[in-house]
Each structure stands twice: as structure tokens, then as C-alpha cells.
Unconditional design. Structure first.
Length: 388
């Protein structure tokens, strides 16, 4: 499975083309719209969420509620484009018109300045329009399809927030992936721990008053993944490495870890390795899951535990110093519409990119021209693993 996305933040629409989905997989626009709506929620979101109510149009690859095996095309309209038709128009314009909403003052922490330097843009809007987190809309749409595929194969995905602005949210022991999803969905800051909800809201409110932003850490759990996805035989075949790239590719994400992650540096090996067990009904399991479901770049049958850290959004309402690229004079950076935090929404995006990588790995390992063929192959493989 491969995909490509296109579109600018204030352009007419966002587009994605996905190739490699099996034929016969159930899929509807509502499967995708549900996930798009989740991306737009969360305490601390800004004005853009009041303008856009994202809805997808499927323009190819699906007929009568099932995929055809041909490329699937997704389109999401930017409703705000009506206010940007002159600024973002396709046709050549006069010099005076070209200066409309021109950006010459790069914002610290954004792609503005470096992107302008790389592509020789004198108007940094040409950079920020594509580098905007609006692009994650299509990755959530693609992730919705991936999650649909995984759910049909009895693989469950849940995302939630474990740290927002330094406030930690713990998970009670023994919760299933489904229970984590249910509890985080009921929270407007996407935490499983209800005792920290109000402190987090208060922190977000105070941060907004200060004209500042805050980041956090999100966690994605994937349950029901069979052992043996990924490979140890080559560096670029390791599944945890593929997931790490996908997570860090999300706008504003700066790091990723699995299981106990960086805490492993502070622990002896006896507290990190997961002892192997066997029982007739389950086959091989692990006593613990400190390694987050991975050994040697491969899934080991335990729940995948993936965490990503999101930096504070770099667009501040109390802007930082920058330099005008025309005059080279110091200047307070311009302000585009922004949120005080997008960490709760980022957990939805992170779910999507992790699900997409896992789904792609399944399609690579098993025959998948048709969805029935894929399901039969996965079921047979699960039986093989149990009897190994």
C-alpha cells in the first residue's frame, strides 16, 4: 500500500490517493468522516476548527460500499477557501495583488525561513501553506481506512494523552485497548485518568491567557497484532523503525519511544526484558511488555506501545522575535491562526499514522488482492503461531 497527499492549508481542497488496498473491503465515507471529526476536537483548539467541518468525498476506488482494488481517491474541501480565492488563486496576478497577505517575516519554529531558502520563495506563504498541520487531515483520512482494515482483522487501535504541559496522566493496570479508547474518547483532553482533566484544562486556559502554547506526549496502543510483522534481516525492514519515521513525520513531533522507551537507560536488563511464557490456549506470550510489543524490529504478539512527543505549537499570540527577509531588520513574528495546544488532536493523528504503517505491513506480508484472501491468510497464520 502506498499513498500521496496534496493540498494547501488555504487552498480549495486536500487530496489523497491510496493504492494497494485489497478488493472487497467494506468502506464508506462515514468510516472516514468519524475520524476526521475526532481530529477536530479537543480542549484548546483554535478558530480554524469553527470554520472547517471536514467531510470526505470518495471519488474513485469504491463501488457499492466496497473497495475495487484500484486506487482510492479522497477529497476534503477547505470551506475557508472562499475567503482566500485571490490570495491562493491559480492564475498569474499583478505585483500589487501578489503582495496580498505576503509573508516576509518567518516565524520561529516553523518551516517558513528554511523552506523559503530551499525553494527560492520570496513569499513565505508558499511554504507555510503546505507545511501547515492542515496536511494531517489527509493522513487521518488514510488512517481511517487503515483502521477499518485492521478492525476487520481483529486488531484494535487506541490513542490517548499521557502528558500535557508537564501534567502526567496515568493508566490503571489491566485496561484493554478497547477500554483505553472508550475512556479517552469520553475526555475532552483525551486522557484515561479523570483526576487530571480539570488541572489540564486550567493549564490550557492559563497558557492561552499568557499568549503561549504547550506540548505533550501521546500514546498509541495496538492490540491483536500477530507476531512476526517486520523483519530483522535489514535495517529498513524493522517495523518499529518504520513506525518511528511515521510518528516523527507528524507536524511538531520531535521524538518517539516504544514500551518503557528512554526509561530503559535507567533500568537494569532484568527490569526491561520480557520473559517468555507458553500455554496451550494462547501459545507464546510475555510476562511483561516493557519492550512495547517489539523484539528485533518485529512484533512479538504483545500490545504495541508507541509514544510520541509533540513540541508546543510554534505560532504564539505573543510572538517571538524574527527578522524581516526584505529589510533584515528585527521584527516580531507574524501570527497565523493557532491553537494554544493541539496535543489531544495529535493523539488522533498519531493513531492514524501508526495504524497506516501496521496495515501496510500486513498487506506486504500476506496475499491481499482480495479482502477475503487476506482475512483467510491472517487467520491461518494466527493458527500457525499458536501451534509453533
Amino acid at each position: 500500500m502506498r499513498y500521496i497527499t496534496a493540498g494547501e492549508s488555504h487552498g480549495p481542497e486536500l487530496t489523497a490517493i491510496i493504492e494497494g488496498l485489497p478488493a472487497g473491503m467494506p468502506l464508506s465515507a462515514e468510516d472516514i468522516n468519524t475520524e476526521l471529526a475526532r481530529r477536530q476536537t479537543g480542549y484548546g483548539r483554535g478558530g480554524r476548527m469553527l470554520i472547517e467541518t471536514d467531510r470526505v468525498r470518495i471519488t474513485s476506488g469504491v463501488r457499492h460500499g466496497k473497495t475495487l482494488g484500484s486506487p482510492v481517491t479522497l477529497v476534503v474541501e477547505n470551506k475557508d477557501f472562499k475567503n482566500w480565492t485571490k490570495v491562493m488563486g491559480l492564475e498569474p496576478v499583478t505585483e500589487k495583488e501578489a503582495k496580498m497577505r505576503r509573508v516576509a517575516r518567518p516565524r520561529p519554529g516553523h518551516a517558513d525561513l528554511v523552506g523559503g531558502m530551499k525553494y527560492h520563495h520570496s513569499d513565505l506563504r508558499n511554504v507555510l501553506e503546505r507545511s501547515s498541520a492542515r496536511e494531517t487531515t489527509m493522513r487521518v483520512a488514510i488512517g481511517a481506512i487503515a483502521k477499518k482494515l485492521l478492525a476487520e482483522l481483529a486488531i484494535d487501535v487506541a490513542g490517548h494523552v499521557v502528558n500535557l504541559g508537564g501534567i502526567e496522566a496515568t493508566i490503571p493496570d489491566g485496561l484493554s485497548v478497547a477500554q483505553v479508547r472508550e475512556q479517552s474518547e469520553a475526555s475532552d483532553v483525551r486522557v484515561v485518568d479523570p483526576t487530571v482533566e480539570q488541572p489540564i484544562r486550567d493549564l490550557i486556559d492559563q497558557t492561552k491567557k499568557n499568549g503561549d502554547t504547550i506540548g505533550g506526549v501521546v500514546e498509541v496502543l495496538v492490540g491483536g497484532v500477530p507476531a512476526g510483522l517486520g523483519s530483522y534481516v535489514q535495517w529498513d525492514k524493522k517495523l518499529d523503525a518504520k513506525i518511528a519515521q511515521a510518528v516523527v513525520s507528524i507536524n511538531a513531533f520531535k521524538g518517539v519511544e516504544f514500551g518503557v522507551g528512554f526509561e530503559a537507560a535507567n533500568l537494569p536488563g532484568s527490569k526491561v526484558m520480557d520473559e517468555i511464557l507458553w500455554e496451550e490456549q494462547k501459545g507464546y506470550t510475555r510476562r511483561t511488555n516493557h519492550l512495547g510489543g517489539f523484539e528485533g524490529g518485529m512484533t512479538n504478539g504483545e500490545v504495541l506501545i508507541v509514544r510520541g512527543v509533540m513540541k508546543p505549537i510554534p505560532t504564539l499570540y505573543k510572538p517571538l522575535q524574527s527578522v524581516d527577509i526584505d529589510t533584515k531588520e528585527p521584527y516580531k513574528a507574524s501570527v497565523e491562526r493557532s491553537d494554544s495546544t493541539a496535543v489531544p488532536a495529535a493523539s488522533v493523528v498519531c493513531e492514524s499514522v501508526v495504524a497506516t504503517v501496521v496495515a501496510n505491513e500486513l498487506l506486504e506480508k500476506f496475499p491481499s488482492d482480495s479482502f477475503e484472501e487476506l482475512k483467510e491468510a491472517v487467520l491461518a497464520y494466527r493458527t500457525y503461531l499458536k501451534n509453533f
